[in-house]
Write a protein of this length. Sequence first.
Length: 255
Amino acid sequence: MSDPVIGDIVVKDRVEKVLSQGSAPQFFSCWDMHSYYGESYIVQGISFDIREGEVVALLGRNGAGKTSTLRSIARLDSPQVTHGEIWLDHQPLHAMKSHEAAQSGVALVPEDRRIIPGLTVEENLLIGLPARRDGLRKVPDFIYELFPVLKEMLGRRGGDLSGGQQQQLAIGRALVTDPKLLILDEPTEGIQPNIVAEIGSIVRKLNRDMGLTVLLVEQKLPFARKVADRFCLLDRGRAVATGMMGELNEELIQQ
């Protein structure tokens, strides 16, 4: 049987192959992924890998397919993935629904943060607990160590927070799930410079001290250079270049 595609949801052969070999090619692998919004062909055969413990930045112009790629990986209802494979730590994300992907270790912080405005900071954080694989039913203390402002504002409604505080809450909520792969979509969008610097330091701390694997989309190139190890450059729904961040030059950026 040929390798499975999403439309058939035939994954048994690939799962057995990966398990028998003991490892997938990388900790995270996206192979020939195609996604659609209705009839609109958005993600056009993207392939890239992430090693465990890396920070990888997806870069590209507006409309290049960056956010759609993240949503496809997180297995959200849209866009619809019609072909390809997505693997995380031997698990076939391409055969999962979004809640199953979350329980398998994927945590997406969307660009609009999706804070529930009528819930308190504490209640927003608690939302992440059901996705944990260890059954923990309290917010881990390290969340408040990373984001002291959240502890100070536990009883405040999410809708009353500033943009920077909401971003910290969104990242904290994602970390509550104990992710294997933290996905950040435009984490610095609309954030004041001092909070941008703080978020950059926290991403590096999570990666360096806790070994967390991170995939991020970022328009601010200085921020991406600061936090990412490698890049994947997208254009019109395709990956056109990959490499170490130090290899990202003006020629590639202007293409």
